[in-house]
Design a protein around this ligand. Structure first.
Ligand SMILES: [Zn+2]
Length: 449
């Protein structure tokens, strides 16, 4: 077995690892690089390998930074098989079409480039073969793939690859548990090598139980101030968790509930996929709610641009949930430029903000920001609830790894340098294992035990 790391090296986006096993070339994820722009320049650079020589791709979950370059791979000659769970296939399709649309709009507005076409998405979707949790498939001669629940987003998987006398486990993104909607990540009993994410490698999340309290206080404050609460979200999982939590708020708090808008056609479609696959949700959610898990009855869904613009004319107080999650595009920016200069409004950040994004700058306390080329003074409250993270923190990752017998080496990806380094240190002190943090393009031969 040989591994070459081609993405998410000392950063959190662009996941892409080439595994050579059983004489085949297997890709683990094929994601977008994301930064200040949706389609970063690096996505346009040629792959470091010839896409037509790739035999298969394992897409562990549908987030853009894990699936976004699949249509480009197809465009440049890939015709192998894409392995994923059924929800990942459906969600990836939605995410890819949405991305193509946003890229095309940006290209029309400012002359940017488009990475792939709708036909490329259709083409690569034809290559999917779905696989359930716990099922095993032979993906190369005497090389077996098993997917297990990663507890990160709907359909997310940890990939276990056995071949050439070795076992490799790849977390892709490992969930933060307990999750309101998903079962905790599955563990695996033994592996020789582990590739782990390290997004929050050096940190411990705040107590998940405090989340409802905090969210309720923020909503109540918005009502009291007659303000606007803007929540930039990732369309998958975070939106559904928020809807589920706000539904809980509406049921338990005896106060005025502000008007709630879900201003994201993508998030609306994603929510339908969640409703289609209840078996991928946790038992608690399934047993507590027969229907309307997400309280959709009280949510106003805005589809067209005109409907989105009408939100601004609606009376306060109101809550607006819109993309993109890191404020590097999407409808949230139109609301932000309208509301950011008023101190009675709030921007609530509930997800990871990559370096270089507007979300990161706001979180870091910048008092002036540029939106669509115009300057704005930041007067709205910028708040964050960390426990919405969909990623395991340091103690969770150490605990997950501690259950796996026989690990010889750990590779850390999908984390900024300092986070990966902190996790490497903990892995060494707490588990007595050596952890490497690969550089872009670095190659490792996995030797037999
Ligand atoms: Zn993810």
């Amino acid at each position: 077995m040989k591994l070459i790391f081609y993405g998410a090296c000392r950063e959190v986006t662009g996941s892409n690892i080439l595994l050579e096993a059983g004489g085949k070339k297997i890709l683990l994820d094929c994601g977008f690089f994301q930064g200040s722009r949706l389609a970063e320049e690096r996505n346009f650079e040629p792959f470091a390998y010839d896409p037509s020589t790739i035999d298969c791709v394992i897409i562990c979950h549908a987030h853009l930074d894990h699936s976004g370059r699949l249509p480009k791979l197809y465009k440049e000659g890939f015709r192998g098989t894409v392995y994923a769970t059924a929800p990942t296939k459906e969600l990836a399709r939605l995410v890819l079409f949405d991305t193509e649309k946003l890229m095309s709009e940006e290209a029309r507005r400012s002359g940017g480039k488009v990475l792939f076409s709708q036909a490329d998405i259709d083409g690569v979707m034809e290559l999917f073969e779905t696989i359930g949790y716990g099922e095993s498939l032979e993906i190369a001669r005497e090389v077996k793939l098993t997917l297990k629940n990663a507890g990160h987003i709907l359909g997310s998987a940890v990939a276990i690859i056995e071949g050439e006398g070795k076992t490799l486990v790849y977390t892709s993104d490992l969930g933060n548990s307990p999750s309101e909607l998903l079962e905790p990540p599955d563990t695996t009993s033994a592996a020789d090598y582990a590739i782990c994410e390290s997004t929050y490698g050096g940190r411990t999340h705040e107590d998940i139980a405090k989340r409802h309290e905090k969210l309720n206080a923020i909503i109540e404050n918005t009502v009291r101030q007659n303000g606007v609460l803007m929540i930039p979200t990732f369309a998958i999982e975070r939106t559904q968790e928020l809807l589920h939590d706000i539904e809980h708020f509406c049921q338990t708090e005896n106060c005025e509930v502000p008007k709630l808008y879900l201003d994201s056609p993508l998030a609306q479609k994603v929510t339908q996929v969640f409703e289609k696959y209840p078996e991928f949700l946790n038992g608690k959610v399934r047993s507590a709610h027969d229907k309307d898990i997400f309280g959709l009855e009280q949510v106003t869904m805005t589809r067209t641009v005109e409907e989105s613009q009408q939100i601004d004319g609606a009376p306060n107080p109101k809550v607006i949930i819109a993309g993109s999650g890191m404020l590097n595009g999407g409808r949230i920016l139109f609301h932000l430029q309208k509301y950011i200069e008023d101190a009675k409004n709030t921007l609530l950040i509930v997800g990871y903000q990559a370096a270089g994004t507007l979300g990161r700058r706001l979180l870091d306390g910048d008092s002036k920001v540029k939106i669509f080329g115009k300057n704005f003074a930041v007067r709205a409250n910028i708040l964050t609830i960390g426990s919405y993270s969909a990623h395991a923190d340091n103690p969770q990752m150490i605990n997950w790894l501690s259950k796996i017998r026989g690990i010889k080496k750990v590779f850390l990806v999908h984390g900024e340098g300092s986070e990966a380094m902190s996790l490497a240190k903990s892995i060494k002190t707490k588990l007595a294992l050596s952890a490497l943090i690969p550089q872009m393009g670095e190659e490792y031969n996995l030797v037999e035990s």
